[in-house]
Design a binder for this molecule. Structure first.
Ligand code: GTB
Length: 216
């Protein structure tokens, strides 16, 4: 049975890899798991067929035989569990620590980064948007100060590359356009290391091929 994920028919980022299917593609590439992609329009996401897979009408989803799951973190976790030792260490404590980093990426580091997108795009016409922006940026810096200190000169967050790094790099790269990532040389280098991985390159190229196909 082939694994099928869903992705935007046309991503608003035009193929910069910021939509969350890139994270799932990256995990599948890291473990060497072939997959199919079903493209979904914004309207299609809200139709009953897709809502049966994703209760909030979003992408990505993941189907494998009679299993259908949603939420990028849960999908990446499932993929990692299917391939012990590749994205999660086999040793019990190291595995638990890698899972901590997965949750830290999604629950602690990503929320203020999402707030930045919200204030810059969706709230930009509000009279208070200009006042809110520096507050949100400082909340991001508060997280990055600590993350940068913890990473130090290490290659990855806890020993070998793990699903924790995959999600943390995916979260941080959303910051590049803001310039905040470049305030932290070790984090910028960490993100670049993640993006240089062959599996990431394949995942990025696959989503780009959909969103910015060659003109001829
Ligand atoms: N918590 C869920 C998860 O982690 O899976 C969040 C899923 C989610 O936000 N999905 C978005 C979606 O389907 C796409 S990834 N949105 C459509 C909708 O809600 O109707 C978020 C995203 C979208 C676009 C860009 N971009 O263009 O830069 C970046 C990220």
């Amino acid at each position: 049975m082939t694994i099928t994920i869903t992705a935007f028919e046309k991503s608003p980022d035009g193929g910069m890899g910021l939509a969350r299917d890139t994270r799932v593609r990256w995990a599948l590439e890291e473990v060497g798991q072939p997959y199919d992609v079903r493209l979904v329009s914004f309207a299609g996401m809200k139709e009953p067929g897709h809502l049966a897979l994703h209760p909030f009408g979003q992408i990505p989803t993941y189907e494998d035989g009679n299993l259908a799951i949603f939420e990028t973190g849960a999908i990446v976790f499932h993929i990692a569990e299917q391939h012990p030792g590749l994205l999660l260490p086999k040793e019990h404590n190291a595995r638990a620590r890698a899972i901590s980093w997965m949750f830290a990426a999604l629950n602690t580091v990503e929320p203020p980064i999402l707030d930045l997108v919200t204030v810059k795009i969706f709230e930009r016409d509000q009279p208070w948007a200009a006042d809110r922006l520096p507050l949100v940026a400082d909340r991001i810096r508060a997280r990055l100060d600590k993350l940068s200190a913890r990473l130090g000169a290490a290659e990855w967050l806890d020993g070998e590359f793990s699903a924790g790094d995959l999600l943390m790099v995916s979260v941080l790269l959303r910051l590049r356009m803001s310039g905040i990532l470049d305030e932290y040389a070790n984090l910028a280098a960490y993100v670049a290391r993640g993006e240089a991985r062959p599996a990431y390159q394949r995942a990025f190229a696959a989503q780009l091929a959909i969103n910015a196909p060659p003109t001829r």
